[in-house]
Design a protein around this ligand. Structure first.
Ligand code: HEC
Ligand code: HEC
Ligand code: HEC
Ligand code: HEC
Ligand code: HEC
Length: 311
């Protein structure tokens, strides 16, 4: 029942956010040096979450840079840094896979629409002006991995931008598991309890519900939350994404597909394969040439919270 309530809460939130997005277009268009023509508020849902859109890539990177958290949250930082959340534009194999899916070759023509993958691989881009997208497109073209590595799903993305429902995140506030009050950080001076940080919907904001049909052609990535909601929960599953993927607040978010040994070890624990031989005999289809016939029953049991593989 609490989960049902949460779902209707989120639905109302997205309606409210869409209304807010329309309200900010005019304002932001006027403040940018490139003029309103280069702005778009499109299929990406809510507009800027409060502060004006970042005008340059350097400003955008600085706004979401989480290196200042390292000094006090060293363990969590080290775990996050090795996770794929830290480098969502680079790819497991070090390839710049997103560049292959962009319909324009001239970076100056890049817009949010030409980068549908950013919806989840770089969702905070909606707080940047189009000039920033053009700069990112140039970095992709130049295969400038050093710059692209600075564009991650950082601490601030999850603990500020994507930690609230119904309202925009408050300026200078980070959201945690409890109301801690004062926080010793020059920008994020307070810690407030997030209503969703322990709920699967926090992850569902990017781990998606199904094919992204708002794009042409549709994008089939990030569909796992749909499987969790529509298969795991109705069949009685009670664990959250955080229970299974963040034990004791672990920010390395296993499995990590660049470490196959750990993936195999985890799969061994959660997916069992039971094979039984039911019958064995020789089958004679052509006289004098018997074929062996084995009837096998294989049962695969998954204890995961969704289809696997899924993404
Ligand atoms: C000067 C030290 C310092 C810096 C810098 C700092 N923090 Fe904290 N933070 C703390 C302390 C101390 C606490 C309270 C104890 C705890 O939970 O670790 C805290 C608590 C938190 C919490 C709430 C934890 C909970 O229990 O729910 C979050 C979230 C958080 N910090 C995130 C960040 C992020 C993100 C950054 C970087 C933008 C950051 N902190 C930078 C010291 C710091
Ligand atoms: C609805 C959100 C969403 C959209 C849109 C999206 N992705 Fe993803 N993508 C994810 C999530 C979440 C993962 C991690 C899930 C996993 O690994 O199973 C992922 C993983 C991947 C991976 C495997 C990880 C890696 O680093 O190699 C690739 C490749 C990928 N996405 C490419 C794309 C491309 C290309 C686009 C745009 C055409 C795109 N995605 C659009 C959410 C999305
Ligand atoms: C992909 C989203 C995501 C990112 C990125 C992320 N966090 Fe978290 N963080 C969470 C969630 C979700 C929880 C709550 C987990 C739980 O309690 O089960 C959490 C919990 C915490 C806590 C409280 C831990 C505790 O033991 O109660 C701190 C502190 C924290 N994060 C700091 C950080 C810092 C610092 C970074 C960057 C290095 C970071 N987080 C990056 C999602 C994220
Ligand atoms: C801001 C969007 C976003 C949020 C929020 C988010 N993820 Fe992800 N997650 C991604 C993307 C994008 C990838 C794939 C990164 C890449 O391309 O390598 C990913 C990858 C992963 C992976 C695969 C790690 C690996 O090494 O392959 C796991 C597991 C994961 N996320 C779990 C979670 C959980 C659990 C939560 C909620 C606490 C969460 N994520 C919240 C976007 C997000
Ligand atoms: C009951 C435990 C459980 C729950 C709940 C759960 N997962 Fe998983 N998840 C697994 C297992 C087991 C795997 C297989 C790999 C492994 O062993 O980690 C997996 C794999 C993944 C992967 C890698 C994709 C792939 O194809 O292997 C991602 C990403 C992921 N989960 C994210 C999530 C998110 C986001 C949620 C919540 C919406 C969630 N998981 C809920 C257990 C769980």
């Amino acid at each position: 029942m609490p989960r049902l309530q949460m779902r209707s809460l989120v639905l109302t939130a997205s309606v409210a956010a869409a209304v807010c997005a329309l309200a900010v277009v005019g304002l932001v268009g006027q403040t940018n040096a490139l003029g309103p023509a280069v702005h778009q508020v499109d299929a990406f849902g809510p507009g800027p979450q409060g502060p004006p859109r970042a005008r340059t890539l350097a400003e955008f990177i600085r706004r979401y840079d989480s290196s200042s958290c390292k000094k006090c949250h060293a363990k969590i930082y080290a775990q996050w840094e090795k996770s794929h959340h830290a480098t969502p534009l680079i790819g497991y194999k070090g390839d710049l896979f997103i560049a292959k899916h962009v319909p324009v070759t001239d970076p100056s023509r890049a817009t949010l629409k030409t980068y549908p993958c950013f919806k989840c691989h770089l969702p905070h881009i909606k707080n940047a002006s189009r000039a920033v997208i053009v700069e990112i497109a140039r970095a992709f073209k130049a295969k400038d991995k050093a710059t692209l590595k600075k564009l991650g799903i950082t601490c601030i993305v999850c603990h500020h931008d994507l930690a609230v429902v119904h309202t925009r995140p408050e300026p200078n506030v980070l959201y945690g598991n409890q109301n801690l009050g004062e926080h010793e950080h020059p920008v994020f001076k307070r810690i407030v309890k997030s209503p969703i940080l322990k709920d699967p919907v926090q992850c569902g904001q990017c781990h998606g519900q199904g094919p992204n049909l708002e794009f042409t052609p549709p994008v089939q990535c990030g569909t796992l939350y749909g499987s969790y909601l529509h298969a795991y929960v109705p069949s009685g599953g009670t664990r959250t994404c955080q229970d299974c993927h963040m034990p004791r607040g672990d920010h390395s978010f296993p499995p990590n597909f660049t470490r196959p040994a750990s993936v195999s070890a985890r799969l061994k624990k959660s997916v069992s394969l039971d094979v039984r031989v039911l019958a064995y005999r020789s089958q004679v289809l052509t006289p004098g040439r018997p074929y062996p016939l084995v009837v096998v029953r294989a049962t695969i049991t998954s204890r995961a919270g969704h289809r696997i593989p899924d993404g």
